[in-house]
Design a protein around this ligand. Sequence first.
Ligand code: UDP
Ligand code: MG
Length: 326
Amino acid sequence: MNDSIENLKKTLKLAEPALSAVVPVMNEEENIPLVFKELTSAIEGEGLSYEIIFVDDGSTDDSFKEMMKLKEVSPAVKIVRFRSNKGKTAALSAGFRAARGELVVTIDADLQESPQEIGKMIKEMEKGFDLVSAWRYNRQDSPTKNLVSKVFNRFVRMITGDTIHDINCGFKLYKKEVVKNLNLYGELHRVIPTLASASGFRVGEVQVEHQPRKFGHTKFSGFLRGFHGIFDLFSVLFLSRFGNRPLHFFGMAGFIVFAFGFAIALFLALRYFLGFGFIGERMPLFLLGILSMVLGFQSLSIGLVGEMLVKKILTPSNKYDEEFYS
Ligand code: UDP
Ligand code: MG
């Protein structure tokens, strides 16, 4: 009897859940039981099988203990634990690796967004999206944070042509293939929708309510955050457009700058040989010409080195260059 129950438990455990919830956690001890309760009731309300993956991002409070308590009572709870704080991007990435569901939802542990809105996100996804991002239209954070976020989002829309209003909201619903394809590093969690649409996935959004934090405090504050985000965005744009062909970027820029410098040098040389004056009389122009040629050449070389890296010919096997006697 007991044996068969054990077997049943095993099969249940092995069966893949329909939905994986990934919750990044850094010092959220009071929030963990609450987010667990709300998540389970919301997902069960949708009638889906599920797993809840807590990623403990090096918490120094009792977050891990709280997770373990939940794991005792629910087989749906999984835990990934980092020994030290690696950041939200790394936490999400680890959660994505562990996730087995066809759908994956990420949500912050602080319950600023309510899991009850998962149903709305699933409905939106059914319209044909691969990723649905929540939009905190009545955002309840500090005025500085709201401002930085507004400016950042406007900027993103401007340079990417995306239509998402709240790119960096932690509450998102993904199809499995999106999370398995995302290559997250650095602080790229802030620009996931841009990354996903650059890979060809369809990205939608739904408005959700937003609450102030009840317990704990924010881990992201300060004005400089916005600048970090802008650099992340540049790297995404660069990698998605030119990551496979760096020469097209550096080479083109380098060629134009070099040609400009060359034209100046040619002009000065002709001017001298035709007897219109010495090169030294046009010192600033001469310097500009030389500088442009050097810079242009440098940029071209960077492009070529980039191509080598992309094609990995820096470590050639040189198969046809060697003779082998045995
Ligand atoms: N978080 C994390 N690692 C970090 C910083 C934050 O896992 O280095 C988690 C945090 O515990 C929370 C979520 O990421 O669940 C969002 O953090 P927070 O609420 O501080 O961000 P905010 O809502 O203030 O932007
Ligand atoms: Mg928060």
